[in-house]
Design a protein around this ligand. Structure first.
Ligand code: CA
Length: 415
């Protein structure tokens, strides 16, 4: 990769290097929500950058898209334009003679801004694409000898989730209440969830729609993916267990999902492509893809109790995924289903082979049969009230780092 300099100083461990340039929506006390990019520990106001004429050479760019409270219209400009915006910003931040240096007020300290959900999510789909996670769940709840259901290696299994309850990092969630069937009881009770869990996931954001009735061929799928965020698919295991037969996840899932605020583009992740696992048996022709279609993104999960001290409970990697994003999107649309700009498609829990890489408390505690000890000495099988869950993710190769920041949310007691 070509080396780029940057006149904004940042630590080499910083997620938001000159190679990244992720897009997000921020506001300050005096500035309404608008488009920004993250560089080092600063946020650059793109509405302001556009106003000063720095994007004037980019055709088809309506400056007003940067003053909007979601990225949808910006993303909908299309990759040729959004790519130009990103590379223009890279040039403005690396050139020693950059005129952008004359506008220090366009930069805000990241700690001083409020971040918002980056896109209006019209539809949200959640896959189930980690073979290790699907196998673990199958072993726990069905048959250890036949942990994977017969369809699993043939289709990227998924379900349609709830878009309205997707929230941004920093917002708290409330422990849900619902129907739970106690062991040995003859009828369910209505009570707060006792087995509250996180799911370590990543989600991709649709950047280009397809028309209803027109599948996206697998070789075109990347044109339709704008970028990615970290994603915590909160799960109420006891509610889920009682309700999921026969139609699958419902209230055990739709009370909240948390997303990280900075959307890292596929272009920024290009350098970190790796081969995915070998798929056996061979997949259907519409799911066949060539080359390196997984991404080497290190993922970490932390839990902090009342003392706010983070303890790492999982260390996984996005590259473990059995089904990749191209296959997920090709499968999602193979029946003619249309996707729209801003839709979020989440990966499913990202677990690795090793116990230390399991992406949910369900797996880490093996359905509540073992405890995890946090730094403060307290133990967890599932999440307690006032726990804070933080997920972090970053790709790193040859000194180039592209990170996602974090998605952090606190669990409030049931109402
Ligand atoms: Ca999930």
């Amino acid at each position: 990769m070509r080396k780029l300099n940057c006149w904004i100083a940042y630590d080499e461990q910083c997620d938001f290097s000159i190679y990244n340039i992720p897009f997000g929506i921020f506001s300050t006390k005096s500035k309404s929500p608008r488009v920004g990019i993250a560089i080092g520990d600063k946020v650059l106001d793109l509405a302001g950058v556009a106003k000063q004429g720095f994007f004037d050479s980019i055709k088809k760019l309506d400056k007003k898209t940067f003053s909007q409270a979601t990225l949808n219209n910006f993303i909908a400009l299309g990759k040729p334009t959004t790519k130009k915006v990103r590379t223009t910003i890279q040039k403005l931040l690396s050139s020693k003679s950059s005129k952008l240096q004359d506008f220090p007020k366009l930069f805000h300290k990241m700690s001083s801004v409020k971040m918002h959900l980056p896109v209006h999510v019209g539809d949200y789909t959640d896959f189930y694409s980690s073979i290790e996670h699907a196998t673990n769940v199958g072993m726990m709840f069905r048959d250890p000898e036949n942990a994977l259901l017969p369809n699993w290696r043939h289709i990227p299994v998924g379900y349609h989730g709830r878009a309205s309850s997707i929230i941004v990092s920093g917002e708290s969630i409330r422990r849900p209440k619902g129907q739970i069937m106690p062991k040995g009881a003859s009828r369910p009770k209505y009570a707060p969830c006792r087995l509250l869990d996180f799911e370590l996931e990543m989600a991709f954001i649709i950047g280009k729609e397809n028309q209803l009735g027109n599948p996206i061929p697998i070789e075109k799928t990347e044109d339709h993916i704008f970028g990615m965020v970290l994603f915590n698919d909160w799960s109420a295991r006891d509610i889920q267990k009682w309700e999921y037969v026969p139609l699958g996840p419902f209230l055990g899932k739709n009370f909240a999902s948390s997303a990280s605020p900075w959307v890292v583009t596929l272009e920024a992740l290009e350098y970190f492509r790796v081969k995915g696992p070998i798929q056996k048996p061979a997949v259907q022709s519409y799911l066949k893809c060539k080359g390196e279609n997984n991404y080497d993104v290190n993922l970490e999960v932390y839990i902090a109790g009342e003392k706010q001290e983070d303890s790492m409970v999982s260390q996984s990697n996005f590259k473990y995924m059995y089904w990749n994003m191209q296959q997920q999107l090709a499968h999602h649309t193979v029946n003619g289903c249309n996707v729209r700009v801003g839709d979020m498609l989440a990966s499913g829990t990202i677990s690795g082979k090793d116990e230390s890489s399991y992406g949910s408390m369900l797996e880490i505690s093996w359905a509540g049969s073992k405890e995890v000890t946090l730094k403060d000495g307290s133990t967890r099988k599932f999440l307690k009230d006032n726990d804070t869950v933080t997920m972090k993710g970053y790709a790193e190769k040859d000194g180039v780092r592209v990170g996602f920041g974090e998605v952090r949310s606190k669990v409030l007691p049931a109402k």
